[in-house]
Design a protein around this ligand. Structure first.
Ligand code: NAD
Ligand code: WQD
Length: 352
């Protein structure tokens, strides 16, 4: 098995957890990240956790020259492409930055991969490509429609990947559509470290629990859901990390040369949901977090957030059938590990 993987964005939240899972599964990892939304400290901690120094290259996926040097000096089985910007609100204010970074960066990466005949890619897509779903649970054949530039940049990349496989059938391109990743490594050493006031629910709750923020605003209590608050498919980041290992194992199995050593199969463009298949409401999450952390989470109901949808949860059947992967961890596990990370690192990776 050729087992070296380039992990773009590997210093980030999901990437750092995936590096550990990859190492444990026998893959060798090279991280490529411009640290625009992450810290070198995350890589140091991953290295400590796995007992081995991770090879780290500080670089931008839009830098073709640097990427060429990296591909020339390593023989990669494939690439996991996490590198991207992910703040929905910022994408509305800075659409060109988001298209340039997320779509432009992916095009540059694919061009260099083609030059070096590395044709296996696992791309970080998002449930956001489904927009406001007509049918729940959401399966991979559901209509795709985005409402903001961040989502459009992900959908654009999916179209690019699809078109590429039509033009050349030697590509194997898996788009993993993540639902709502939360939680942290059980060691409490790595986790989500938002730069500013968090936009997302779980980091907001944990910063209220630790006393950095006063009160959670719950955006709307009049949705047609179990208790009026939004429902999402929260998935533990370590389960998500295992989903990437399963995707690579699948690519390895599918693209392995045939017995006579000639034919190689490819999988084309393959979109796969990574979710638990279960929906949890905002109030349910607050209640479980409060229970496992022993902290009170003060909250108030405010207006709905523009662009939000009532409910979103995955059909997780395709991942189970094709990748033989399913999420294992509960909402209580997600809250417990978030709290462990937050209480051990009240300032995230900022050690000062
Ligand atoms: P993150 O910001 O923690 O990680 C992304 C990493 O990419 C960061 O380390 C950042 O420094 C790096 N990066 C950004 N632009 C780069 C560039 N041009 N060149 C090199 N490195 C670059 O985010 P995350 O939560 O770990 O998300 C990883 C991927 O998954 C992203 O593509 C994101 O859009 C996608 N995703 C995230 C979520 C989520 O809720 N966290 C949900 C669905 C999809
Ligand atoms: C979840 C629920 C909010 C914060 C976002 C992106 C999506 C994907 C995952 C990348 C909703 C409510 C939130 C708060 C609240 N990322 N909420 N108070 O919006 O489902 O998805 O992250 O691909 O693209 O849009 O996640 O965590 O922001 O919100 O009441 O302070 O929590 O209204 O119902 P979302 P979220």
């Amino acid at each position: 098995m050729k087992n070296k993987i380039l992990v773009t964005g590997g210093a980030g939240y999901i990437g750092s957890h995936t590096c550990i899972a990859l190492h444990e599964a026998g893959y060798e990892v090279v991280v490529y990240d411009n640290l625009s939304n992450s810290s070198r400290e995350a890589i140091n901690r991953v290295s400590t956790l796995i007992g081995q120094t991770i090879e780290f290259i500080e670089g931008d996926v839009r830098d073709a020259e640097l990427l060429r040097k990296v591909f020339a000096s390593h023989e990669f089985f494939g690439v996991i492409h996490f590198a991207g910007l992910k703040a929905v609100g910022e994408s509305v204010a800075k659409p060109l930055l988001y298209y340039n970074n997320n779509a432009g960066g992916t095009i540059t990466l694919l061009e260099v991969m083609a030059e070096y005949s590395v044709k296996n890619l696992v791309f970080s897509s998002s449930a956001t490509v489904y927009g406001d779903p007509e049918i729940l649970p959401i399966d991979e054949k559901s209509k795709r429609a985005c409402t903001n530039p961040y989502g459009q940049s992900k959908l654009t990349v999916e179209h690019i990947l699809e078109d590429l496989t039509v033009s050349d059938d030697s590509w194997s391109l898996i788009a993993l559509r993540y639902f709502n990743p939360v939680g942290a490594h059980p060691s409490g050493q790595i986790g989500e470290d938002p730069n500013d006031i968090p936009n997302n629910l779980m980091p907001y709750i944990s910063q209220v629990a630790i006393g950095k923020l006063n009160k959670l605003s719950i955006f709307g209590n009049d949705y047609p859901t179990i208790d009026g608050t939004g429902v999402r498919d929260f998935i533990h980041v370590t389960d998500l990390a295992q989903g990437h290992v399963a995707a690579l194992n699948y690519l390895d199995k599918q693209t392995r040369p045939s017995e006579d050593g000639t034919a190689q199969n490819s999988v084309g463009f393959l979109p796969i949901n990574l979710g638990t298949g279960k929906g949890t409401s905002v109030l349910e999450l607050v209640s479980v977090f409060s229970e496992v952390s022993g902290q009170t989470i003060p909250y108030q109901f405010t207006d709905r957030r523009v662009g939000d949808i009532a409910s979103c949860y995955a059909s997780a059947d395709k991942a189970k059938n094709l990748l033989e992967w399913q999420a294992e961890l509960s909402i209580a596990d997600m809250c417990r590990d978030t709290w462990h990370w937050q209480s051990m690192n009240p300032n995230g990776y900022n050690l000062s």
